[in-house]
Write a protein that binds this ligand. Sequence first.
Ligand code: UDP
Length: 473
Amino acid sequence: MELIPHVLIFPLPLQGPVNCMLKLAQLFCLHQEIHVTFLNTEHIQQRLLNFTDIQIRFEKYPNFKFTTVPDGLPEDNPRNGEQIRKIIEGVEEVSSPLFREMVINCEKPVTCLIVDGIFTFAVDIAKEVGIPLLYFDTISPCGLWTYLAVPKLIEAGEIPFQGNDLDALVNSVPGMEGIMRRRDLPSFCRAPDLNSPIIQLVIKEGKHIVQAQGLILNTFEGLEGPILSQLRAHCPNIYAIGPLHIQMKAKLASQCLPNTAMSNSLWKEDMSCMDWLDKQPKRSVLFVSIGSLATMSKAQFLEFWYGLVNSKTRFLWVQRPGSIIGLEENNNINVPIELSESTKERGCIVSWAPQEEVLAHPSIGGFLTHSGWNSTLESIVDGVPMICWPYFVDQQVNSRYVGEVWKLGLDMKDVCDRATIERMVREVMELRKIEFLGRAKHMSKLAIASVSDGGSSYQDLDRLIEDIRLMKI
Ligand code: UDP
């Protein structure tokens, strides 16, 4: 009996990976021969149903199905960056046995698994059932490359750090010599102890990733060609299919389907900021957001606010609920009057924004970001220069690449004072505006070319779809 290609997709239950994998799933759905089952945790699924149109969007595809598993966390767990270990452990302990059951007993046999790169348990399940496994690492490939170099860094004695000289150069990440300082390595490299659970997890991830049949990455050759060459030495079968959000739009357009906003947000998007943006001059607004997981202290929050106000730049600031530690419990922050008055004149604050649309708006001139990989790619696509304030994991690497390698903005890592924020905002929005915008525009063109007919990401997506169609148990 001829098997129908049937992909089971399981993202890490966080905004970034879920967003990426939903886009990939929708791309598969456009190829009617491929059936897709999308596995979300119950918590994520509920939030998607609450705040997006996914139900209506995916109902159109008869070959698509959502299914859910519990994540093992109490409902009131904030599921932010500080909880990352618990989130991964919850999936391993509670969700993964149910995932295994699903793979074994699925009514329609599964012919390919696509799961997050951190799900090391999937290798054994794929082997047990005899199904091809593709990892999808939704972090940056430059970040992933440093993850894979962790054993080398340990062997060379470069981590854990001896002393505190965070500016010392690091030599054991091939291809990154002369670029990376200790402070630019992923945040977990700062752990004083190699037994730190995250370091152990990353080492495990490196060993498992090479056992899959392929690795899907959200990037494009024009941006990360040299990194992709390094990665191919480890994982020969790489599908570099990004930037996924415009790959998606390009495919919909090529099939004459509407490609208007498709939100996969886990928070309700406040659309009022789009009206506010419409009223601002071209390239005059700095967008400020630290993504879905990062947090800041109340002191940092005030430094941000003073820095923005003192720069005299217009700003649109996402203050995600729960992102300012301690603010919700005892809402006792005294916002100085000069801040609230200036914000009324030049600022707009929302709790969650339609980020892709915001970055594409002509009034946006810069992005103060935590350097999450999706945010970085979205900014690159729209030619928006960045000021980077990385929080954790691959973000320290991404911000270094933005500042030093791609030269698309400034890296503010490890600093959070109003004077630096003011200075960097002025540099990006005024003093070096033309220089940064020029480079950002060039990179944006490369991104768009990569997903256009015959571009590298376009071809890799075609190859991925073809390979999935040919996969047989
Ligand atoms: N995002 C959004 N609205 C916001 C802030 C973020 O839609 O107000 C989206 C953003 O477009 C991106 C994702 O949330 O796709 C954040 O992913 P990223 O990898 O940048 O960072 P993370 O949240 O994983 O740290």
